[in-house]
Design a protein around this ligand. Structure first.
Ligand code: NAD
Length: 715
């Protein structure tokens, strides 16, 4: 063994031929953290000092090659400022360049994934060989940055500007066949042949079959496009990439401009341009929000995995009710591989549930994400039924019948008698207390909430609600099932609205109060969309359903009368009374017609002002800032209350619940991160300007104490 580090080992394979193996002993994955980078530098130094060095294979003995840089280290580095960032990048580039400049051929053998810095390291090698099931990519833009270890320099010189723009600015992982076609890798082999194929390639290099110097020159010279070709490539990409990224995500455009700026430069000058642009981007306000998001997501997944370790998987599920939600849950379960019984009391509802599921599967088929056999297998996993006949071997039931406490309680008590002793019973209720629903059950410890969001196949969040009697086993198994469905579960304690709706309705209260005071709902929608929400509050209410909002609003008003009790008739009450239920019947704040693709398209309804007469005040001008403050303050304070009341245990759960459940703008990092970025004292000062609007606008005592002590929610 030439070197035996904690993360890197070097061994001679035959005289002069070495393999450098990433083999992290402290973790299940290889990542490029400071310790590994230190070892890498030492490793290259050791190799360079070998007088007989003839060839190097770089590979991994973990399931993946390298998952990327260690993102937990970004937070400290990025807050150190642009100069420190640029210095750190220069040091890293020196290490990567030293691989590229080794006096012998180098081959990277990629298994699992090689992402971000892991793939940039591969790009420094002369050749790349990839396992057929592996993936490569530069996902940095998803963190608000771009590749900073030579990725923007080497990739366009290797695979061409158009492909590289797409890879870098899109940030997607690429499959082996795509990587081979683009020229990012030189061969794709069966996973078990990877090392052997890598060695074979090295031998062929040594036999003089390939011109390594020409390969290196290609990666280190200016991009081979003339000025006109460059202009065409970059200008056409700008329009597309700018439109896709939108105004709140600067990284893709910054990446594109960087590639364009260094297109005519040789390696070292190009790397300096990349480093300078990276340092500027990394100190942008969006980057810490997106990096934080990644870390919070990891934290929540770790919590989910801990629950999973304590629970048996669900092998057979059942859903009661084949409506919008029940049908969606059945589809999600079946398409992710867990067989599910779908029971309704109505044959037509079963047919509708099945046809919705097959519609979704057909879409996947049309997109090539599924073949006919897999589609048939998925559909066969849904067994529609009008009886409890087969419930004897069900592990977990999701009740998704109509939102009526009496009906739900009787259905739950009924199904409980049909289930095996240890089976878990859950309810998808949006508003009814889980503790209350458990009242008629014989085994309330086996019962908890499992709150999906609509549409089920698209919304990543599932709230798993712990009632007073729910056992940890019931929670763990429900979390396990949610994860098997590809969802992100967050465990919350029972309270009216749980986490997400409890925080959303104060935001709607902000909206109706603005209308009462004379604001225009269209302006509010426009401003809040500009703020980053996928849709404004009026549009969102139409999508949620005015009836649902009306009902949930009453539940919350009853649960938190001190701040959510209604003060007279609201526009939501008026629309409900007029049976304008939103998108579901084509009329709410807006009117809706289906477009050619069958999607509802909204239009302004000229009759709305007269319909809302008496519940909205005389028109008054509001600045965008005032609208944002009046909408966001109640949402943020209620989010804090959920944390203070122990509805969830960590700030990360609050923020991710809002991002995954209601589309809180991701680049703002979540409600608590938003407060942190504003500064708690500044937030309290702003809220105090609106304290006359009621308790929803009044920060808690703990918030004030934290503000006085300059504390934050995220360290
Ligand atoms: P829905 O009206 O579309 O479907 C309810 C289904 O339950 C109907 O098909 C009905 O025939 C069936 N049903 C009624 N009694 C039954 C019984 N005894 N046994 C079996 N089936 C029975 O309703 P939905 O929108 O799917 O909502 C279902 C539940 O999910 C509600 O509790 C609702 O609050 C909750 N939820 C809805 C949404 C949403 O956006 N629609 C979101 C989250 C949660």
């Amino acid at each position: 063994m030439l070197m035996e580090g904690k993360t890197i080992q070097i061994a001679a394979i035959e005289p002069g031929l070495y393999e450098l193996v990433f083999a992290n002993r402290d973790d299940s994955v290889n990542k490029l953290d400071q310790a590994t980078l230190g070892e890498l530098q030492q490793a290259i130094g050791t190799l360079s000092a070998q007088p007989e060095l003839r060839g190097l294979l770089i590979r991994s003995d973990r399931d993946s090659f390298i998952v990327g840089a260690d993102i937990t280290e970004f937070v400290g580095l990025f807050s150190a400022g642009p100069e420190e960032i640029a210095t750190a990048l220069q040091q890293m580039n020196a290490v990567i360049n030293s691989i590229e400049d080794l006096p012998c051929p180098t081959v990277a053998a990629v298994n699992g994934v090689a992402l971000g810095g892991g793939f940039e390291l591969c790009l420094a090698c002369d050749y790349r060989i990839m396992a057929s099931d592996a993936k490569v990519g530069l996902p940095e833009v998803k963190l608000g940055i771009y590749p900073g270890w030579g990725g923007t320099v080497r990739l366009p010189r290797l695979i061409g500007v158009d492909n590289a723009n797409e890879w870098i600015c899109g940030g997607n992982e690429q499959r082996a066949d795509t990587a081979l076609k683009a020229g990012a890798v030189d061969a794709v082999v069966a996973p078990e042949q990877l090392r052997e194929a890598g060695l074979d390639l090295l031998h062929r290099c040594l036999a003089g079959e390939f011109d390594i110097q020409a390969r290196r020159a290609e990666k280190q010279s200016p991009i081979r496009l003339n000025q006109i070709e460059q202009m065409m490539a970059f200008e056409s990409a700008k329009g597309m990439i700018g439109a896709k990224a939108g105004p709140h995500y600067p990284a893709p455009m910054a990446a594109l401009k960087t590639i364009q700026t260094h297109a005519n430069m040789a390696r070292d000058a190009a790397l300096a341009v990349e480093a300078k642009g990276f340092a500027k981007l990394a100190t942008n306000a969006v980057t810490p929000a997106l990096v934080g998001l990644f870390l919070k997501d990891q934290q929540i997944k770790r919590t989910g995995k801990r629950h999973e370790a304590d629970a048996a998987p669900v092998r057979q599920a059942a859903v009661l009710g084949a409506g919008i939600m029940g049908g969606g849950i059945a589809y999600q379960s079946a398409s992710r591989g867990t067989p599910i019984l779908m029971k309704d009391i109505n044959e037509d509802a079963l047919q509708l549930g099945l046809s919705e599921a097959s519609k979704l599967l057909n879409k996947q088929l049309a997109r090539g994400k599924l073949d006919g056999a897999k589609m048939a297998a998925s559909l066969a996993r849904i067994r529609p039924t009008l009886s409890y006949g087969d419930f004897g071997n069900v592990d977990l039931v999701v009740e998704a019948v109509v939102e009526n406490p009496a009906i739900k309680q009787s259905v739950l008590a009924e199904v409980e008698t049909q289930l095996p002793e240890g089976a878990i019973l859950t309810s998808n209720t949006s508003t009814i207390s889980i503790t209350q629903l458990a009242q008629g059950l014989k085994r309330p410890e086996n019962f908890c909430g499992m709150h999906f969001f609509n549409p089920v196949h698209r919304m990543p969040l599932v709230e798993v609600i712990r009632g007073e009697h729910s056992s940890e086993q019931a929670i763990a198994r429900t979390v396990t099932y949610a994860r098997a469905l590809g969802k992100t579960p967050i465990v919350v304690n029972d309270c009216p609205g749980f986490l997400v709706n409890r925080v959303l309705f104060p935001y709607f209260a902000g909206f109706t109060a603005l209308l009462r005071d004379g604001a225009d709902y269209r302006q509010i929608d426009k401003v809040m969309e500009g703020f980053g929400w996928p849709m404004g509050p009026a549009h969102l209410l139409d999508v949620v359903g005015i009836d649902t909002a009306h009902h949930a609003g009453s539940v919350l008003a009853e649960g938190f009368p001190d701040r959510m009790a209604k003060d007279g008739e609201t526009p939501i009450d008026r629309l409900y009374q007029q049976q304008r239920l939103g998108q579901k019947n084509g009329q709410g704040f807006y009117t809706y017609e289906l477009d050619r693709k069958g999607k509802p398209k909204k239009s302004i309804d000229a009759s709305l002002p007269s319909l809302l007469e008496g519940v909205v005040g005389p028109a008054r001008e509001f600045s965008d800032e005032e609208i944002i403050a009046r909408m966001m303050i109640p949402l943020c304070i209620e989010a804090v209350r959920c944390l203070e009341d122990g509805i969830v245990t960590t700030p990360a759960e609050v923020d991710m619940g809002l991002i995954y459940g209601i589309g809180f703008p991701p680049f703002r990092g979540g409600a608590l991160f938003y407060i942190d970025q504003m500064g708690l004292q500044a937030f309290c000062d702003l809220a105090d300007q609106y304290s006359g609007l009621g308790k929803l606008y009044q920060p808690t005592d703990t918030m004030r104490t934290m503000a006085a002590n300059s504390q934050t929610y995220f360290g």
